[in-house]
Design a protein around this ligand. Structure first.
Ligand SMILES: Cc1ncc(COP(=O)(O)O)c(C=O)c1O
Length: 393
């Protein structure tokens, strides 16, 4: 039976004990929180890193800090985790969904360009799905030429680089998640990263109730701080982050080679753009369902029957197909749909994303555990190929 498992080193227990014994679990001391932030900054090469309570919280304050508000729609891909778009709603603004490229699963440049003009968009968020960097330089160029702010959702991509730069360095602000399936984990947790000092101080204020000085609040903020106990786990994880990334890379290399050598007619892997070094939180497999003659869900069930619980579907439907976003067409009386400041005439093009739909129908996602070995990769590939062959023969 293969199940996803995070890897947390023994050291984490020692560090948690230190926190408990210190009597300072959160608030003024923030010893481990600061250490964790420093380690993340050093690892990513991004100057300011602010640890927060989740990747979703990170997105919310990142959007707020760069000026997302009612009347300022944000372009996001239709194929991503809900938080990329729901955090826009939390700013009382509207996500404008953009189609993706079928090979890289990154935002489609032509559709993005069209929608930037049509909806007068000032903010774009891109997502490095599975930890595979998309061609973010092209989007960065487009944004720069049009004076648009780029945000990078690197929730799944800590450790991934593109032409030698860590992802998250291309946007004005970027975010990471430390949920257990991510490159490193703190259980729940996230971080915001930026090169800009002014943005960093806005973000620090927003995660701390909008407090400018003790008990003096200048804007609506949140309690999104990370606790010392979680940061203690984070510090232990960062001490072995290179090993965690390398393990995933080795696993992905062996698994992909094994599968491509045997059942290449029936599957395509997410394309890794030139110059990209993925962090492989997920291996995204596009099934050729026409040739296989069965649905993706049928294949998934067969794999699970064989004990491969590591397979899942990220994601089974484009976000704009879910009721939360469908309702943006205006059935609610509440913000953001009907805020007086926020009247945006949303066209069908925000909901009809043919490439997202095509991918959602056939994508199968392998959760890559940092605890897996190359031997595990061979065994999982063997079972995978056997299942595909038995369905197609
Ligand atoms: C692409 C993406 N964005 C944002 C998030 C939100 O992160 P969290 O679960 O830490 O809130 C996730 C987490 O699954 C994600 O995959």
């Amino acid at each position: 039976m293969y199940r996803y498992r995070p890897y947390v080193p023994e050291r984490a227990v020692e560090y948690i004990k230190q926190v408990l014994e210190s009597g300072c679990l959160a608030g003024t001391c923030e010893n481990f929180v600061r250490k964790f932030e420093e380690k993340l900054s050093e690892f990513t090469g991004i100057k300011h890193v602010i640890a927060v309570s989740s990747g979703t919280a990170a997105l919310h304050v990142a959007y707020r800090a760069v000026g997302v508000r009612p009347g300022k729609p944000v372009a996001v891909p239709g194929f991503t985790f809900v938080a990329t778009a729901s955090a826009v709603l939390h700013c009382n603004s509207i996500p404008i969904f953009v189609d993706i490229d079928r090979e890289t699963l990154f935002v489609d440049l032509a559709d993005l360009e069209k929608k930037l003009k049509k909806y007068n968009i000032e903010h774009v968020c891109v997502v490095h799905i599975g930890g595979v960097p998309g061609p973010v330089d092209e989007v960065a160029k487009l944004c720069e030429e049009n004076n648009i702010t780029l945000i990078e959702d690197c929730a799944q991509a800590l450790g991934a680089t593109y032409h030698g730069n860590h992802v998250g360095k291309f946007g004005k602000v970027s975010i990471f998640s430390f949920y257990p399936t991510k490159t490193i984990t703190t259980g729940e947790g996230g971080a915001v990263a930026t090169e800009y000092e002014d943005l960093a101080s806005i973000i620090r204020r927003l995660i701390n109730h909008g407090e400018e000085r003790r008990y003096y609040y200048i804007e609506l903020g949140y309690n999104y701080r990370m606790s010392e106990i979680l940061a203690a786990i984070g510090v232990a994880e960062m001490e072995i982050v290179n090993i965690l990334v390398e393990n995933r890379r080795r696993f992905a290399k062996v698994f992909i080679e094994e599968v491509e050598n045997r059942v290449s007619d029936f599957v395509d892997f997410q394309k890794v753009p030139k110059g990209a070094s993925p962090a492989w939180n997920l291996i995204q497999i596009m099934l050729n369902i026409e040739k296989i003659g069965k649905s993706r869900d049928y294949v998934l069930q067969r794999l699970r029957d064989e004990g491969l619980q590591v397979f899942t579907v990220a994601y089974p439907m484009p976000l704009p197909d879910t009721p939360l976003f469908r309702n943006m067409r205006g059935i609610s009386d509440q913000c953001p749909w009907k805020c007086p400041l926020n009247r945006i005439d949303i066209g069908a093009d925000v909901f009809e994303l043919p490439n997202c739909r095509w991918v959602c129908e056939r994508v199968l996602s392998l959760l890559v555990s940092p605890a897996f070995t190359e031997e595990d990769a061979v065994k999982i590939a063997d079972i995978f190929c056997r299942v595909i062959r038995s369905i197609t023969s």
